[in-house]
Structures are given as C-alpha cells and as structure tokens.
Design a protein. Structure first.
Length: 160
C-alpha cells in the first residue's frame, strides 16, 4: 500500500478493515427488502445489457466495462424509489468485477421470490453510510441497529 492511499497520520500497520455484523431493527425490514428487490431488478437489467452488447444480432460484440454501464444507466435513480445513483454505480462495478472473474458475458439472474431467491443486499460506496446517534444513515433514512459482536473485545478498533 502506498503512502498516498493511506489516511493522514496512519501507518500500514494501523490501517485495518473490520466487517461489522449488525442486526437491523424490524421497523426497517420492509424498506430494506424493497431496496433489495430494486437491487435485483437493476442487476438483471445490467446483466442483460452486457450480454446483448457482447453478443449482438449482427456485427462484432463489445465487452462493456463498469464505466460504460455507468454512463448507460445515468439518471436511472429518478425512476427508482429506493436506490440512489451511487448504489447503482456500485452495483455496476460489482457486476463488472464478477463478470471479469468468471470470464462470461452473462451472470446468473437474481430472483426476488420463490424457493431459489437470492439473498437480499443493497450496495453502497465508501462514505455513503454514516453512523450517527446510535443509528445508520443511508439514502436519507435512519436505521437503528444492534451490534452482534461486542466491539470492546477488539482493542485496536475504535468505538463507534
């Protein structure tokens, strides 16, 4: 890791990432489930868009990068109710990295219902989610949470 990518005043040994496991209050479940449904909708749209670009009806195909898909989906958030534009951009980057990993033009569809439904998730970029007043702020909403793991057992991790 280079010095320019580290936060000011932190060495490489001090910089650690920690994944937090939290339980979200049940009052937020409906909103999060609806946002996960929209995430699956956008994922499937990006999937079909990339597949049609790679295998068109005529001519040479083109493998779309995340930047290309971002430009095609600019302004999509105003037609969606739950996902902000930065979440759509993060989703396209995730989709592009998955496509590049498996070297395929089409990934599996994400289903929102039925016995084989996909696990719900809502993508976000660094800095778009804030911890304030014992709650998480994301997309203009407040989500109350409860930590699954006690942070005091991690000596080097600062308390929230």
């Amino acid at each position: 890791m280079t010095q320019s990518s580290q936060p000011a005043g932190m060495s490489a040994e001090q910089l650690r990432l920690k994944t937090l496991r939290v339980k979200v209050h049940p009052s937020s479940w409906a909103w999060l489930n609806a946002a996960a449904l929209e995430t699956n909708l956008v994922w499937n749209h990006v999937n079909e868009l990339c597949h049609k670009a790679a295998k068109p009806y005529y001519g040479r195909g083109k493998r779309l990068a995340a930047f290309d898909v971002d430009r095609l989906l600019a302004g999509t958030a105003k037609y969606l109710r739950y996902l902000p534009q930065h979440s759509i951009a993060q989703l396209t980057h995730e989709h592009a990295s998955k496509r590049q990993t498996v070297r395929r033009s089409r990934l599996a569809w994400r289903t929102s219902s039925g016995p084989r439904r996909s696990l719900g998730w809502v993508p976000f970029r660094n800095g778009q989610m804030k911890f304030r007043d014992g709650a998480i702020r994301f997309a203009g909403r407040r989500f109350e949470y409860q930590l699954v793991v006690d942070l005091k057992q991690h000596a080097r991790f600062p308390a929230l």
